[in-house]
Write a protein that binds this ligand. Structure first.
Ligand SMILES: [Zn+2]
Length: 100
């Protein structure tokens, strides 16, 4: 596994997949799952959020879902509020794990 792939890192970072809100899930669907934002288990949520990570492709017609997950209603709302706020703020450098 020593063959590290060093392919234009800047492009990869720019297209880092982010969680995007998909829809409201049913409570049974998310029960027992781990919240993608706070890391706690979901149980008895009436409106858990279903989130997906999509690969960013040039072709906007094709959605490649890399990962999906559930979040508490509160965590979902908080995250959406943050994203709304950041849309008005200056573009931030994403602080991904191991970003630098
Ligand atoms: Zn949560």
């Amino acid at each position: 596994m020593a063959r590290a792939r060093v392919e234009n890192k800047e492009t990869r970072m720019a297209t880092e997949p982010r969680w995007s809100y998909e829809r409201v899930a049913s409570s049974g669907e998310a029960d027992g799952r781990t919240c993608i934002f706070c890391g706690k288990q979901i149980g008895g949520e009436s409106q858990p959020g279903h989130w997906v990570k999509k690969a960013v492709e040039d072709n906007q017609d094709a959605d490649f879902i890399l990962e999906d997950g559930y979040a508490h209603h509160a965590c979902t709302q908080e995250r959406l509020a943050q994203e709304r706020k950041s849309r008005f703020a200056l573009p931030d450098v994403p602080q991904g794990p191991g970003g630098r």
